[in-house]
Design a protein around this ligand. Structure first.
Ligand code: SOE
Length: 383
C-alpha cells in the first residue's frame, strides 16, 4: 500500500547508504504505513560515484554538496549516512531548513556536539531518529516486551559484547573510504563509539539509564599509513574497550568490545539475569532468543531457544510464514516502518536524538574513565 509521498535526500553512499536505501525501497511492500518514501536525491562529493549509486538504487537525482540537498524545497527528510565527523553540521543545517532527520550512529563525535544537535531539532520541532538498528531485531524487541512486562523481575546483571577481527593486520591503512573508522578525526573514537555505542543503546533501552562507569581501552597498533596523506601517522582510536557500569536501577554491567578477537566478525551478544528469569541474544543467531525461567516446573527447568519467527512475535506477521527467518537488513526496514507509522500517529518512536545524546554521554564517560583510570559519573539527558 502506498500513501503520502515522503521525499528522501540521502547523504553518503557507503554501507549504511545501502541499508537505508534498501529500507526505503522495501518498506511499502511489507508494512501498511500511510507514507511512501520517494528516493529523490543522493548527495556525495564524488559526482560519478553518486550517479552510479543513484542509478543502482533508483534515486531521481544527485547533488555533490550536501548544502544544496538541504536547501532543496522538494526534500522532506535528510538521511545522514556519511562518516561521523559530518553528522553535526548536516543535522543542524537540516533542522534549520525544517527537514526531518534520520542520522547514523553514533549521533556525533562528542556529546558536546550531540547537545547542539538536540537543541537544533528541538528548536525546529522536526521529527528525528538515530539508526541504532539492533533495537528492531524481532528477538531484541521481544526481550524488551518481556522485560517491560516484568517477566524477569528485578534485574541484577547486564552483560554485553561486540567483537570483530578486521583490523588486526598492522598493514591495514587508516582513513579514506571504508577505513575512516580507524581515523580518530573522522570517527571520534574507535570501538567505543562504533560498536559499544550499539550495546549501550540497547542496554539503556532494555534496562534504563547508566549512572557511572569505569573503563580501560587499548590501541594495539600505534601507527598506520594514512590513505589520504600517504604518511605513517599515529593511530588515535581505541582498538579495544571494556567497562564496568552501574545502572540507575542498581544492576551491574560489563561491556566489552574489540576489533582484535580473531574469528569473530560481528559477534554482538547480551545476557540479562533477573530474579525470575534470564535472557540471552546473539547477533550471529539473531532470530533466536534464549530464555530461562526459574518458575518453570522443576524437572522441566532449562534454557529454551525460542525461534522468533511466529506471527505473534514483533514485526514477524509482516514477513513470511512461521518458521521462516529474516535478517540484518530487516532491522532497517523496521526502523523506517516505525518512523513512518510515527509520522501518521504524531508520535515518533525512539531512538531519537535525545537517546543518541544519552549514548554519547556514556561513551564520553567511558573514554574519560579510560584516560583517568577512575570511575566517572555519566551525565544525564535533561527531559
Ligand atoms: C563496523 O564494522 C560496523 O559496520 C559498525 O559501524 C556498525 O554500526 C555495526 O552494526 C557493524 O559493524
Amino acid at each position: 500500500m502506498s500513501g503520502k509521498k515522503l521525499n528522501v535526500g540521502l547523504v553518503g553512499y557507503g554501507f549504511m547508504g545501502r541499508t537505508h536505501s534498501n529500507a526505503y525501497r522495501t518498506v511499502n511492500n511489507f508494512f501498511d504505513v500511510g507514507y511512501e518514501p520517494v528516493l529523490k536525491a543522493v548527495s556525495a562529493r564524488d559526482g560519478a560515484k553518486a550517479q552510479a549509486f543513484a542509478s543502482q538504487w533508483g534515486y531521481e537525482s544527485i547533488e555533490t554538496d550536501w548544502r544544496k540537498l538541504v536547501a532543496r524545497k522538494d526534500i522532506d527528510l535528510i538521511d545522514i549516512a556519511s562518516p561521523n565527523d559530518t553528522h553535526a553540521e548536516i543535522a543542524i543545517a537540516a533542522a534549520k531548513a525544517g527537514k526531518m532527520i534520520l542520522c547514523e550512529k553514533p549521533l556525533a563525535l562528542t556529546s558536546a556536539q550531540a547537545e547542539k544537535m538536540v537543541k537544533a531539532v528541538d528548536k525546529a520541532g522536526v521529527a528525528n531518529m538515530v539508526w541504532y538498528n539492533y533495537r528492531r531485531v524481532p528477538a531484541v524487541t521481544l526481550a524488551k516486551q518481556w522485560i517491560d512486562e516484568g517477566r524477569l523481575g528485578r534485574i541484577f546483571h547486564y552483560r554485553a559484547k561486540f567483537l570483530q577481527d578486521w583490523t588486526i593486520s598492522k598493514d591495514l591503512p587508516q582513513g579514506g573510504a571504508g577505513l575512516w573508522r580507524l581515523d580518530v578525526k573522522v570517527a571520534g573514537s574507535g570501538v567505543t563509539g562504533d560498536l559499544l555505542a550499539h550495546c549501550i543503546d540497547t542496554a539503556m533501552w532494555l534496562n534504563g539509564g547508566i549512572d557511572k562507569v569505569t573503563a580501560m581501552t587499548e590501541t594495539f597498533i600505534k601507527q598506520r599509513k594514512h590513505n589520504l596523506t600517504g604518511k605513517v601517522q599515529p593511530v588515535g582510536i581505541d582498538d579495544a574497550s571494556a567497562f564496568l557500569a552501574r545502572f540507575s536501577n542498581g544492576s551491574l554491567a560489563t561491556f566489552e568490545s574489540t576489533r582484535y578477537a580473531r574469528g569473530h566478525k560481528a559477534l554482538y551478544t547480551f545476557e540479562i539475569n533477573g530474579e525470575n528469569a534470564s535472557i540471552a541474544w546473539d547477533l550471529h543467531d539473531l532470530h533466536r532468543l534464549q530464555y530461562f525461567d526459574h518458575r518453570d516446573e522443576g524437572a522441566l527447568r532449562g534454557w529454551k531457544s525460542i525461534h522468533v519467527t511466529d506471527s505473534e512475535h514483533p514485526y514477524m506477521k509482516n514477513w513470511w510464514v512461521p518458521g521462516l527467518q529474516i535478517g540484518y537488513e530487516h532491522t532497517f526496514i523496521h526502523q523506517v516502518a516505525d518512523f513512518l507509522k510515527g509520522l501518521e500517529s504524531g508520535k515518533i518512536p525512539g531512538p531519537d536524538f535525545r537517546d543518541g545524546l544519552a549514548t554519547d554521554y556514556v561513551t564520553d564517560a567511558v573514554l574519560a574513565s579510560a584516560r583517568s583510570g577512575r570511575w566517572v559519573k555519566v551525565k544525564q539527558v535533561k527531559k
